[in-house]
Design a protein around this ligand. Structure first.
Ligand code: GLU
Ligand code: MG
Length: 449
C-alpha cells in the first residue's frame, strides 16, 4: 500500500490511533500505538523499543541472566502491506511490524525476519510454503462477575451453534472485513470450545494471518462483552485448545502442490515424505517453539486427539503429522500435512520457521518418515511403539527446551544466540510459575494470548 493511500484511509475512517504490533519470542502480541500525524516519521524511522523485550517473558520479567538489560535499543518498523482498520474497534488501526536495528537493518532477534530468512531458503530451492493455523479457543461468558465457559454442549452440535451464534458471527464478520477468508465454523469438544478454520496463505502472510486472527477474535470478544482464551488447556477437565498447522510446499510460481503425487501412497510425493520425516526427526526440539508454554504439555493427553506419540498417518488424528486426504476432484490442490503438537500460544513466525528448518533438513537428508500408522497409537503396546520408534512427547516444557538445546539443526538454523536467549527466557518463565504456585499458570496464560 502506498503511503498516500494509507494517509487517506486514516482520514476517511477517522483513525485516532495506529498500533504497530510485533510478536515477541514469548508469543505475546505487543506494540506501541501512534497518532496518525506521526505516520510519515514512523514509516521512516520506526518506534523505539528496548532490546530487553527479546528476553522478557509472559510475566514481563527480564531474567537477570539475560544478556539484555535496560541498555540497548531497536526499532519497531510497521509493514505498510499489513495495514488494517480494526472493524471491531472504531478509531483504531493496526500494522504488523518488524524489529530493526537503529540504522534500519533487520534485527538478529526479530521473529518475523527469521521467518523471512527461512522463506528465502525455501525460495532458493524453488519452493513456497502455504500454511493455515487452525485455532481452537474457549469462549467465556460473564456469570455474576465470574468468567465461565460458554457451554457444555457437544462437539459439532447444532445446539452449540445456536448458543454461540451471537458470539461467532461478529468474529467472522470482523475477520472477513480484514481479508481473512473464513472456511468453516464448528463447536469443538471442550467446554465453550469453538473453531473457525481459515484459508491457507503463502509464506509470511500465513503467519501474519495468525496474528490478525487472534487479535481479531480477542478484540471482537472484548467489544461484545465476552472473552476468549487461547490457553492450551484452559479447562483441565475438557479438551485442550490446539492450533494445528496445515501446510504444503508449492513450486516457485505457487501453482503446483509439491506435496501431491497422484501415484504416491495417499497422494503424497517424495518431497512431502522427506519434509515430514525431518519434522518427526526434530521433534521434540521443535515443540519448544510450537508448544511453548508450561500449560502446552497438559494438552497432550492420550486419546484427546491432540497427539502424544511421534508418528504419522493418513487422516490419523492421534498422529504427530496427519496426512490430510485431498478433496475429491481437487486432490492436487488440497493434499496437505497437518502438524498437531502446536497450540495457539506459539509465536507463528518462530513455529513456522522451526517447521521449515526441520523439514528442509529432512529433504536434504532424503529422510524417511517410516511406515504410516493406521491406528490409534495409544492402542499399541509400549513394546510395539518402541519397536516402531514412536516415542512419547516430552511431558513438560523444560524437557522440550533441553531437546532444543541439544538440537544442532535448529541451533544452526535459528542462530546460537537466538536459541540460548529463548531458552534463558523460557526457563525463567518456568521457574516463576513454579515459585508463584497453584494459580500462576492460569494467571499467566488464560487471557494473555
Ligand atoms: N482439541 C484437540 C487438540 O488439542 C484437537 C481436536 C481435533 O480438532 O482433532 O489438538
Ligand atoms: Mg479441532
Amino acid at each position: 500500500m502506498q503511503d498516500e493511500s494509507l494517509r487517506e484511509q486514516l482520514l476517511e475512517q477517522s483513525v485516532e490511533l495506529v498500533r504497530a504490533i510485533y510478536v515477541g519470542p514469548d508469543g505475546i502480541a505487543r506494540g506501541k500505538a501512534f497518532r496518525p500525524d506521526s505516520l510519515a516519521e514512523i514509516l521512516q524511522s520506526g518506534i523505539g523499543l528496548t532490546q530487553a523485550q527479546a528476553s522478557v517473558n509472559v510475566f514481563d520479567h527480564l531474567p537477570p541472566e539475560s544478556r539484555f538489560q535496560p541498555v540497548g535499543e531497536v526499532r519497531i518498523r510497521p509493514d505498510v502491506n499489513t495495514f488494517q482498520v480494526l472493524p471491531y474497534l472504531p478509531g483504531h488501526a493496526r500494522m504488523l511490524s518488524d524489529l530493526e536495528t537503529i540504522d534500519g537493518q533487520p534485527w538478529e532477534l526479530c521473529p518475523r525476519n527469521l521467518l523471512k530468512t527461512f522463506l528465502n531458503r525455501l525460495a532458493d530451492e524453488g519452493m513456497v510454503i502455504r500454511a493455515a493455523f487452525e485455532n481452537e479457543f474457549t469462549i467465556f461468558k460473564n456469570v455474576n462477575g465470574e468468567w465461565q465457559p460458554l457451554d457444555q454442549l457437544n462437539c459439532f452440535s447444532s445446539a452449540a451453534m445456536d448458543l454461540a451464534s451471537p458470539y461467532i458471527l461478529p468474529i467472522i464478520t470482523a475477520l472477513e472485513q480484514q481479508g481473512v477468508m473464513v472456511e468453516k465454523y464448528y463447536p469443538e469438544a471442550g467446554h465453550g470450545q469453538h473453531e473457525i478454520p481459515v484459508r491457507h496463505q503463502a509464506g509470511l502472510q500465513a503467519a501474519d494471518q495468525q496474528v490478525v486472527f487472534k487479535e481479531t477474535v480477542r478484540g471482537t470478544a472484548l467489544a461484545n462483552d465476552f472473552r476468549v482464551s487461547f490457553m492450551p488447556k484452559a479447562d483441565p477437565a475438557s479438551a485442550g485448545n490446539g492450533c494445528h498447522i496445515h501446510f504444503s510446499l508449492w513450486d516457485s510460481q505457487d501453482v503446483s502442490n509439491l506435496f501431491y503425487d497422484a501415484a504416491g501412497e495417499y497422494g503424497l510425493s517424495q518431497t512431502a515424505l522427506h519434509f515430514m520425516a525431518g519434522i518427526l526427526k526434530h521433534l521434540p526440539a521443535l515443540m519448544a517453539f510450537t508448544a511453548p508454554t508450561t500449560n502446552s504439555y497438559k494438552r497432550f493427553v492420550e486419546r484427546c486427539w491432540s497427539s502424544c506419540y511421534v508418528c504419522w498417518g493418513p487422516d490419523n488424528r492421534e498422529a504427530t503429522v496427519r496426512a490430510a486426504s485431498g478433496f475429491k476432484g481437487q486432490e492436487a490442490a488440497t493434499v496437505n500435512l497437518e502438524f498437531k503438537p502446536s497450540d495457539p500460544t506459539c509465536n507463528p513466525y518462530l513455529a513456522l520457521s522451526a517447521l521449515i528448518c526441520a523439514g528442509l533438513d529432512g529433504i536434504q537428508q532424503q529422510a524417511d518418515p517410516g511406515k504410516p500408522l493406521l491406528t490409534d497409537p495409544t492402542l499399541l503396546s509400549p513394546r510395539e511403539r518402541q519397536t516402531r520408534g514412536m516415542t512419547r512427547y516430552p511431558t513438560d516444557l523444560a524437557s522440550a527446551l533441553t531437546a532444543l538445546e541439544q538440537n544442532e539443526v535448529l541451533r544452526a538454523g535459528f542462530g546460537e544466540s537466538r536459541i540460548s536467549d529463548y531458552i534463558t527466557m523460557k526457563r525463567a518463565e518456568i521457574q516463576m510459575i513454579d515459585t508463584l504456585g497453584k494459580d500462576a499458570e492460569q494467571q499467566a496464560y488464560l487471557f494473555r494470548f
